[in-house]
Design a protein around this ligand. Structure first.
Ligand code: C2E
Ligand code: CA
Ligand code: CA
Length: 835
């Protein structure tokens, strides 16, 4: 409802009430001029008329306030002069004294507006006229006796009922709805009338027998009245204090919740018997008005109207609690308020807004200046509570922002290492079989260096999005830093499933990325650790996944599952490092030889040197257990030099005996980057006194492909010496034979996994066949590893594979054993040839 509409409604209501007042006044005047005037004096007791004017005026000034069911009720003691008057003054004059005396009090003391005044004076006139008529109808003529007392009471009660009825009607007309307080005020009124009438009857009796005693009575009454008023005001103060205390308690509780404003408004409404309460908050960016309306509904206005803002400004300007009437403050019109109590809300000196309560409930008392101190106190508490609440909210907000920040990566908004660890811990606590994947991008540094950090960041964000898209709800992907990501699969059926997911992620990263105008190809390596097998906490699992990831990177295999045996960080591995260092220095290592046989002729054409370590405590160790340790610690250089030297010396021995003329030595990736490799080879050949053609150096496909361009240079220098370069474990990497053609490759060794699988797996059979054919096309000799049976040897020969090596001929054996084996074989061949 807007202001104009409301004004219109108020005008109509005002007019109606005036009509009612006029009707009541007419009725009262009619009764007075008619039946009342005809009555004449009741008895011979005559008191001065003026005394009644004064008495009625005083009774309206000194009201007695009390509360009944949370409603403020005020009673006047006007019944006392009324009842005395019934006996002791001319009826018409009594009506006149009531109207005149009350008018003086209402106009000059209570400063009532015209409308209220009209209503009040009209019902007072009616009250007295009616009381007189009832009294005179019931009282035995002229008798002061006991018999007249009920008549006096009846007169007072009827007068009071009529008065209440008129008031209720006036309020209902004004508010446009039915006012329910009639029964209540009648009940309260009748009780009060009984007391007042009793007092009045005592006065009348005293006046009749000993008029001077009225003075004594007056003194006694005055004292009584005074103590009652003192008692009431004490009680009110006490109640207000109690409420304020309750209020502070509730506010400090509410402070912890979101409902601080609602609590504040509810309390303010209660405490001040207001109809409506609101806060007008200055929220920096604008204003907000939160209203608790008559029905207890909380309504928030984000942009309060001009009138609300004007009121707020007015109060802020006043700087203290004020009472504002609608007559003086037109801004109240559109706010539906007749009268408001308003006070600034402050906290620590800073203005927060304005607290307003409007329209006091109950009939008689409006907001008065004695409400202001309590209202101001309430506002002080509220200000502190609101400020604390805001502080609390801000702290909470900041805490949640900080929490997010502290648990997420700023660039990708993925969880960070801390949150990842928490999630891992939670998954482990549930007892689930979880997998931790550690992903590291390959060649990311190149992108960063060539395209700049901006593109690097862009790429990381794209990678994050792609990885996330591959995962299921419930999986966690985190960025640990740089180009390192971690994935938690909280419930995996087994290692195979985890490796499967890892492969999907690797494939996703393998697809090209477009950054601005360029397309970028990168790849990823993932290490997988499985809980609880590989570890029982987040840190250990990440560490293990990291170890596996490095293996995946090294092997260029994309994905590797953690294996304790390949972990350089386990305590036994660390012990091994020291022991291996001593073993290399103290010549504790040994070299075994495994023959390589020409499949067509059966001749032993060469041997492969394979290192062995007879560990003082642990016995014979396989190179798979200590060569990786050597590679990771740099011991590999000394180890290779040892094997190379020993192998060439033994080769010289074999050659001298007419045995196999060539020895193959395995090299590691680290050896290739060693600048002194070629010199070492030359020195070893010279020391053993064998030609370069007696040496074959084996390198795995992945070793060469790791840094093809640089490795080609090193390989070419070796090849130029006359040394044969062999590709070991061929078929396990990704290189094409066509590419190998560009390398100085003198031999291909088909990985034993294919050869071993030939008997059972047609696929392996086909692979071996095609490698052999392609190698033949390129005119590169082929050695098949892992020949365990005669049947396979025959088949390999059919495929055109020239040389075989494997347990089917001999296991790797010490030199002397090999010499015996060669001699025995030569004998048997010789035998067969002679046969
Ligand atoms: P590799 O170079 O592939 O060596 C061949 C491996 O296959 C040897 O294992 C050999 O015992 C095994 N083998 C040979 N024939 C058969 C067969 O018929 N069936 C089966 N199941 N296996 C067969 P070994 O001696 O344990 O060597 C393992 C790996 O250790 C070698 O694989 C090589 O990569 C590395 N290694 C050995 N000695 C050296 C060395 O002196 N230096 C370097 N850098 N690595 C070495
Ligand atoms: Ca080898
Ligand atoms: Ca091999």
């Amino acid at each position: 409802m807007d202001g104009e509409e409301l004004d219109e409604r108020v005008n109509v209501a005002t007019r109606r009430v005036y009509v009612l007042a006029a009707a009541v006044a007419t009725l009262a005047a009619g009764l007075t001029a008619g039946p009342v005037r005809e009555l004449g004096p009741f008895a011979d007791l005559r008191l001065p008329w003026l005394a009644f004017v004064v008495a009625f005026a005083l009774s309206e000034i000194f009201l007695i306030h009390f509360e009944h069911r949370r409603e403020a009720v005020s009673l006047s003691l006007s019944t006392i002069p009324l009842v005395v008057g019934l006996y002791a003054v001319d009826p018409v004059l009594l009506v006149a004294a009531r109207v005149l005396g009350s008018a003086i009090a209402l106009v000059f003391h209570r400063r009532q507006v015209a409308l209220k005044l009209a209503v009040n004076l009209s019902h007072m006139g009616l009250e007295v006229a009616a009381a007189i008529l009832v009294f005179r109808a019931l009282a035995p003529d002229g008798g002061f006796g006991v018999a007249s007392w009920p008549a006096a009471l009846a007169g007072a009660v009827v007068g009071d009922i009529l008065q209440s009825a008129v008031l209720t009607a006036a309020i209902s007309l004004y508010q446009g709805r039915r006012e329910g307080g009639l029964a209540l005020s009648m009940a309260v009124g009748s009780a009060a009338r009984l007391i007042d009438t009793s007092v009045a009857l005592v006065i009348v009796s005293v006046l009749r027998s000993e008029p001077a005693a009225v003075v004594l009575l007056a003194v006694a009454c005055a004292v009584l009245l005074w103590s009652y008023r003192a008692h009431v005001s004490l009680r009110v103060q006490h109640r207000q204090l109690a409420k304020l205390y309750e209020f502070t308690g509730r506010m400090s509780n509410a402070m912890l919740g979101e409902r601080v404003v609602e609590s504040l408004l509810t309390e303010a409404k209660e405490l001040l018997h207001a109809d409506v309460a609101w806060v007008h908050l200055d929220v920096g960016t604008g204003h907000r008005r939160i209203v608790l309306d008559t029905d207890g509904q909380l309504v928030t206005e984000e942009q309060p109207g001009d009138d609300a803002t004007a009121l707020h400004d007015r109060v802020q300007h006043a700087g203290k609690a004020v009472i504002l009437e609608r007559v003086d403050e037109p801004a109240l019109a559109s706010l539906g308020a007749q009268q408001v109590l308003a006070t600034p809300l402050r906290a620590a000196g800073a203005a927060l807004g304005t607290l307003v309560v409007s329209n006091r409930r109950g009939e008689v008392r409006s907001f008065a200046t004695d409400d202001l101190p309590m209202f101001a106190t309430l506002a002080n508490h509220a200000g502190v509570a609101l400020a604390n609440n805001e502080l609390l909210e801000r702290l909470r907000h900041e805490a949640s922002v900080n929490e997010h920040k502290s648990l997420h990566d700023a660039l990708t908004d993925l969880p960070n290492r801390s949150l990842f660890s928490l999630r891992v811990e939670a998954a482990l606590a549930r007892g689930s079989a979880a997998a931790v994947l550690l992903l590291d991008l390959d060649r990311f540094k190149e992108v960063n260096d060539t395209l700049g950090h901006q593109h690097g960041d862009d790429l990381l964000q794209q990678v994050a999005a792609r990885l996330r898209a591959c995962l299921r709800h419930g999986d966690t992907i985190a960025r640990l830093g740089g180009d390192e990501f971690a994935v938690l699969l909280p419930d995996v059926p087994g290692p195979e499933a985890a490796v499967g997911v890892a492969r999907t992620l690797v494939d996703a990263v393998d697809q090209p990325f477009s950054l601005a105008d360029v397309t970028v190809d990168i790849s990823a390596s993932i290490g997988v650790a499985i809980a609880p097998h590989d570890g029982r906490d987040g840190t250990v699992l990440l560490q293990r996944a990291d170890v596996a990831m490095y293996l995946a990177k090294g092997n260029q295999s994309g994905v590797e599952l953690y294996e304790r045996a390949r972990d350089p960080h386990t305590p036994e591995r660390l012990a091994l490092v020291g022991e291996l260092r001593n073993a290399v220095a103290d010549d504790e290592l040994d070299v075994y030889y495994q023959p390589q046989v020409d499949l067509a002729t059966g001749d032993v054409v060469g041997v492969e040197a394979l290192v062995r370590w007879n560990h003082p405590r642990r016995g014979w160790l396989s190179p798979e257990e200590f060569v990786p340790v050597a590679e990771q610690t740099g011991l590999i250089h000394a180890l290779t030099r040892f094997v190379l030297g020993r192998a060439l010396q033994d080769c010289a021995v074999l050659r001298a005996e007419g045995g196999p003329g060539r020895v193959s030595v395995n090299l590691s990736a680290k050896n290739l980057v060693d600048a002194s490799l070629v010199d070492d080879v030359v020195a070893s050949l010279r020391a053993a006194g064998v030609p370069a053609t007696a040496l074959c150096l084996e390198l795995t496909e992945t070793t060469i492909m790791r840094e093809p361009r640089r490795n080609v240079v090193a390989l070419r220098r070796l090849a130029d010496l006359g040394v044969t370069v062999a590709i070991d474990d061929f078929g396990t990497g990704h290189s094409s034979l066509a590419y190998l053609k560009q390398l100085p490759v003198g031999e291909i060794k088909i990985d034993k996994s294919f050869v071993l699988g030939m008997s059972s797996n047609t696929n392996d059979d086909a692979i071996v066949c095609s490698i052999a054919q392609l190698a033949a096309n390129l005119a590169i000799p082929v050695v098949a590893e892992g020949v365990e049976s005669d049947r396979i040897a025959r088949r390999l020969e059919q495929f055109g594979c020239g040389i075989g090596q494997g347990f089917g001929f001999s296991r790797p054996v010490p030199l002397d054993e090999l010499r015996r084996w060669v001699a025995a074989r030569r004998g048997s061949i010789d035998l067969s040839r002679t046969a």
